[in-house]
Design a protein around this ligand. Sequence first.
Ligand code: R5P
Length: 312
Amino acid sequence: RATGGLTLRLILALPGHEAFAAKLAEAAGAEVGRLETRQFPDGEHYVRILDDPAGRQVDVVCSLARIDSLILTLLFVAAAAREQGAKRVTLVAPYLGYMRQDKAFKAGEAVTSRAFARLISGAFDRLITVDPHLHRFKTLSELYTIPCVTLHAADLLGAWIRSEAPNALVIGPDSESEQWASEVAAAADAPVVVLRKERLGDRDVRITFPDLSGYGGRQPVLIDDIASSGRTLTAAARELGIRGFPPPICAIVHAIFGGDALSEVAGASARVVSTDAVPHATNAIPLAPLIATVLREEGAALDVELARRRAV
Ligand code: R5P
C-alpha cells in the first residue's frame, strides 16, 4: 500500500469518473489515488483505498447523476477515508443530484433534496459542486450542514458560444433562468431573451415565447442547467422553427438525458453540447479547470504544511 506521496492532496475517482479525476488532478497539481471497488457474490459492495489517506486532504470525485447504483460505494469510500485518518474529505460532485424534489407537491411525498443532503452532510466534510438546481431552496446551506462551494459554468458556456456561434441569440428556457441566462449572454457578448415555461407533467411542458421579431438572422442558442426528459429543449426548438429561426444549438450544464431524450433534442437542433459535469457523448466544455481553481487556492496552504512535515 502506497503511503505519503509528494502531495497532501489525494483525489479518488468513483467508477466512471476516472477521466474527470485525472483532468482535475492535472489542473490542480494533485495526485490521483487508487481505489478498488467490487461487489461480493451477494451484491454487497467492497471498497479499498490503495493509497494511504492519513493526514491528507481527500477529494472524492463523483457526479451524482444516476447516483442510486453508486451511493453506497460513495458513502463507503468517504467512511474509509475518514477511518484511515484523512484530514478532510471533500465530495467533488460536478452535478449535484436529488435537487429537484425540493418540496412535497402531494401529501405524503418525501422531500428527497433534504433527506439526500442529510446523507451527504453526514459522510463528507465539504461539498464542491457546479450550478446546483436551486429553486425553492435559494442556497445549499439551507439543505446541507457542511461547507459548500458552489461554482458556476456561465462564463464557460458563454465563452464556448462566443467562439462557436458568434451571431448568437442566447435563449433561457424559463423565468428562473433569467439571471443565469443574462450571465451566459454577457460572457458570449450576445443578446438574450427568456421564455416562460409551464410544466404540465414529468414529460410535458408548455413554452411561451416573447416577441422575437428583432432577432431575425441570429443563431438561436438554447441554454439550460439540466436536460433530463429533453422536453424543455425540444419544445423550445420546435417553436423556434415555427417562428422562422434555424434549428438552435443547445448548450447545457448537466446532460442527464434519460431514455430517448438526446435523440429527440438532437432531432430538433443543429447541435447539442454540454459541460462534462455528467459524463456524456455531448460533453464539449470541460469543468476541471474551474474546479481546480478552488483546489489550487488551497494548494499554497498545503505546501506550507508539507514543508513543515518534511522538516519534522
Ligand atoms: C427546470 O427548471 C430546469 O431548469 C430544466 O429546464 C429542466 O430540469 C429540464 O427538464 P426536461 O429536460 O425534463 O424538460
